[in-house]
Design a protein around this ligand. Structure first.
Ligand code: BEZ
Ligand code: FE
Length: 288
């Protein structure tokens, strides 16, 4: 094994992995080497460019910790997260489309009864959300767990406001016997993804903006169904066609309807104007 040139080096590296016992790992390494060598021959980076790339990836690792995952953010802005999502979630008719999880989900959000106010006192325009959870045939799913989380009216998640001192604008609810759930919140705002690290530097160098259109996140789980990870986006948002992480699907855009003061769908009364989001979620059965 010596004297490789620009072409023969690729075969030599393939050969070096020939003894890989795990068939899937063997396939992944083979395709990685093939695509990466082709990319390098195509781009022909200088040594300085190679060093800059290593520096970029090093910085991406160094800024990452338990709470911040810059590699996933990099995958998000490169469309890799949504590509993997698309490959893994080919949804049947009647099942809600999926989108990115994002970094702001926490596993142990407060358990709330239907009708709860999940805003924890954070200021904003009142939003009443009602949803229902169905199978692809439209049969209601009772007892589904609905995890919901969202930004505030200034585009920040509670995790980004430690001075607020706790959980806000997130909850876990359960669907009732008719598959329904409902809660009060505030209208979320558009926000920039974290852009103070290497991913932000990449966006700035390429004249891309870091904004995501306003949305509410949902993760819905029920026995014998695939867990649904999705958002519902606010219709009319200025970033729907330029989401920094490519997460928007038309079927996930909904009217957050402007309503006058008066009765809410749960019978309570408000003296403020409010907004109403009503959305049906379809879950995909686990393949047997
Ligand atoms: C989010 O929607 O919370 C999100 C998704 C991807 C990157 C950053 C934030
Ligand atoms: Fe989000």
């Amino acid at each position: 094994m010596r004297d490789f040139d620009e072409q023969t080096i690729t075969d030599a590296v393939h050969q070096s992995f020939a003894g890989t016992p795990d068939a899937r790992l063997a396939q992944i390494m083979s395709r990685l080497v093939a695509h990466m060598h082709e990319f390098i021959r195509d781009v022909a980076p200088s040594f300085e460019e190679f060093q800059a790339a290593v520096g970029f990836l090093t910085a991406t690792g160094q800024i990452s910790d338990q709470r911040r995952q810059e590699f996933i953010l990099l995958a998000d802005v490169l469309g890799v997260s949504m590509l993997i999502d698309a490959i893994n979630h080919r949804m049947p008719e009647g099942a809600t489309e999926t989108t990115v999880l994002g970094p702001f989900h926490v596993a142990d959000a407060p358990l709330c009864a239907n009708g709860a106010d999940i805003s924890a006192g954070v200021a904003g325009e009142l939003l009443f959300v009602d949803g229902c959870v169905l199978d692809p045939q439209g049969t209601p799913l009772a007892g589904a767990q609905i995890d919901v989380w969202q930004s505030d009216a200034e585009g920040f998640y509670d995790l980004q406001r430690p001075e607020q001192g706790g959980s806000a604008l997130r909850a876990r609810l359960r669907s009732d016997s008719a598959g329904r759930f409902w809660f009060r919140s505030i209208v979320p705002a558009a926000y920039p993804i974290p852009d103070d690290g290497p991913v932000g530097a990449l966006l700035h160098a390429t004249k891309r903006h870091p904004w995501r259109p306003a949305h509410v996140h949902f993760m819905i789980a029920a026995p014998d169904f695939e867990t649904l990870i999705t958002h519902v986006f606010v219709a009319g948002d200025q970033y729907l066609d330029s989401d920094a992480v490519f997460g928007v699907k038309t079927s996930l855009i909904a009217d957050f309807v402007k309503m006058p003061p008066g009765a809410l769908p749960d019978g309570s009364v408000t003296a403020q104007p409010w907004r109403h989001l009503s959305y049906q979620f379809g879950l995909k059965p686990v393949a047997v």
